[in-house]
Design a protein around this ligand. Structure first.
Ligand code: ADP
Length: 549
């Protein structure tokens, strides 16, 4: 019983141990990561190279780690010479190459992943050479890395007969730096060349502005490894657009892009300077134009002022000349006007002395002497009045005056004279309906009316003369109307100026000094009134004046 129990127990125990072992074996198989042997070029910086303590480094290595990190692989990276890497891959001693440029020729031999970067290849040459076009490298001595894509390119395209093949790119550029042969041109990856130039501080090397070739850089494996490539492609697809990818790229290449951009920067700077200069020139032209416009405007203004001044001066000159002429005419008139009564006075005075003069003759001579004396006094009074008005020395004495009385006074003053006159003139008056009282200077009001009626008598040969006054809008309007010779339209504006007569003949025919109307106007203005006229040549004139209280 005990044994049989034991037997069963051991049986069970053994069974359990076996199933545990097979379980462990199964899961160890399931969970164990496959080891992926990756080969790469040990001297292909900055893409892949051996760093300190022979650690694989570079852009490809970072990409590889990130991509394969997403897959269940343990990576074993071995970097060797490029020739050996290709040999290992062919022999199946490695599973994957961390970076190989794609070409149709290579695609026949290897299986490529999708590209993880595009690489530009350029020509590097000694400073002082000028290589602007791809044709210019044709007959040069071309230096390439053994087995590199540029090596393939030179051979396939038959670029040159003289090709120097170097073991690694560093040697290629170092050789270019020291060789005296200016015809040497190294063809290699653009970033790669810049990396080496920086690292070895090769100052006398330049590179072309154009690309010899732009190639896809991919992971590569042997033809059978389709699954691996499919797996890698699947990850690459999304990885390439990730921030992590951009960070890796920036870490390794940004500074070369910046260097490349220096040219662009120079161009941009030059463009910027040119644009700035153009803008400044445009602003300058605009400012100049504006200044010219303003100056022209100012000159035009000055010109207009000058023109106006010239016109005014000319006008003043004409006025001055006219005034001079008038003064001469006035002097002639005045001397005539004074001399005539003076001669009469002197002449008749001497006749009085003669012994045989009769009593009647004496009376008649005395009348003539008295009348001429009065006329003389009138002329002198006119001259004094106009001088006082012009100098503002005439004083006004206002008193309350009855307008009806004034009109009647003047009417009776002249009635006799007009009736005794040989002319056929009918004298009329128009007295306001009701009494109007006005506060004004009596003497001056009479002086004005006497002047106007005297003129009306003087310049009317037959017909009617009428004096009157009426109320209009609380103003008293006086008028003297005649059917005399009238005044032309052009003279009506000037007739109130001193020394003005209708024309030079007026003096000869009617005498006078041309002061009467000027005195009237001056007096009326002093009495706060206005004077105006209505006249038609050959029909007659009406002089109006208003007086304010
Ligand atoms: P005077 O009578 O001494 O010439 P006035 O100043 O009184 O000076 O008159 C100026 C001019 O106006 C006169 O010479 C005359 O040509 C014109 N005039 C004045 N009153 C009349 C009028 N009633 N009819 C026509 N012409 C007149």
């Amino acid at each position: 019983m005990y044994i049989s129990f034991n037997n069963n127990f051991y049986k069970l125990l053994i069974l359990r141990i076996i199933s545990l072992i097979s379980f462990l074996l199964f899961f160890s198989e399931v969970f164990s990561q496959k080891v992926l042997r990756v080969g790469g070029d040990k001297g292909f910086a900055p893409y892949e190279y051996l760093g300190e303590e022979n650690t694989p480094m570079g852009f490809n290595i970072d990409i590889l780690k990130s991509v394969l990190g997403n897959l269940d692989y343990t990576i074993d990276i071995q970097l060797k010479t490029w020739k050996n890497v290709r040999r290992d891959l062919s022999k199946g001693e490695i599973d994957l190459v961390s970076g190989m440029f794609y070409s149709d020729k290579r695609a026949k031999e290897y299986l490529f992943s999708d590209p993880f970067i595009k690489v530009q290849h350029r020509a590097f040459y000694k400073k002082g050479q000028q290589i602007d076009k791809i044709d210019q490298i044709k007959d040069k001595i071309i230096i390439v890395q053994d087995g590199d894509i540029m090596h393939d390119y030179v051979l396939t395209n038959n670029i040159s007969d003289s090709i120097i093949v170097m073991r690694d790119p560093e040697n290629a550029l170092r050789y270019l730096a020291i060789t005296k042969d200016v015809n040497c041109v190294v063809l290699m990856g653009f970033y790669q060349g810049q990396y080496i130039i920086d690292k070895l501080n090769l100052k006398k090397i330049e590179y072309s502005n154009f690309n010899i070739l732009t190639t896809d850089y991919c992971f590569a494996t042997s033809k059978e490894n389709t699954d691996l490539i499919l797996e890698i492609n699947e990850v690459l697809n999304t990885f390439i657009s990730s921030q992590e990818y951009r960070n890796i790229k920036d870490r390794w290449f940004k500074k070369y892009d910046i260097q490349q951009n220096i040219y662009l920067k120079y161009i941009n700077l030059i463009v910027f300077i040119l644009v700035t200069i153009s803008i400044l020139v445009l602003i300058w032209i605009y400012t100049l134009k504006k200044a010219v416009r303003e100056k022209t405007k100012e000159l035009n203004k000055n010109y207009n002022i000058l023109r106006e001044t010239t016109i005014n001066l000319r006008k003043s000159k004409i006025e001055a000349e006219e005034s001079n002429r008038l003064k001469s005419v006035f002097l002639a008139n005045i001397s005539h006007e004074i001399r005539t009564p003076m001669n009469a006075i002197i002449g008749f005075s001497s006749l009085l002395k003669e012994s045989n003069t009769s009593k009647d003759e004496i009376d008649s001579y005395t009348d003539i002497i008295i009348n001429n004396g009065k006329h003389l006094v009138n002329i002198i009074n006119d001259i004094i009045d106009i001088a006082k008005i012009d100098s503002g020395q005439l004083k006004i004495n206002r008193t309350e005056i009855d307008v009806q009385e004034v009109i009647l006074d003047i009417f009776s003053m002249f009635l006799k004279e007009i009736q005794n006159n040989k002319k056929e003139i009918h004298f009329e008056r128009e007295i306001p309906d009701k009494p109007i009282s006005i506060n004004t200077d009596r003497t001056r009001l009479y002086q004005i009316l006497i002047n106007l009626v005297s003129n009306a008598i003087k310049f009317t040969h037959k017909g009617e003369i009428k004096i009157g006054a009426y109320l209009h809008e609380s103003r008293v309007i006086f008028f003297v109307k005649d059917t005399g010779i009238g005044i032309s339209q052009s003279m009506q504006k000037k007739i109130f100026d001193s020394f003005i007569q209708e024309n030079d003949n007026t003096q000869h025919i009617y005498g006078g000094t041309g002061l009467g109307l000027a005195i009237c106007k001056g007096l009326i203005e002093l009495l706060n009134g206005e004077i105006w006229l209505e006249s038609t040549k050959g029909i007659g004139s009406t002089f109006y004046f208003s007086l304010n209280n």
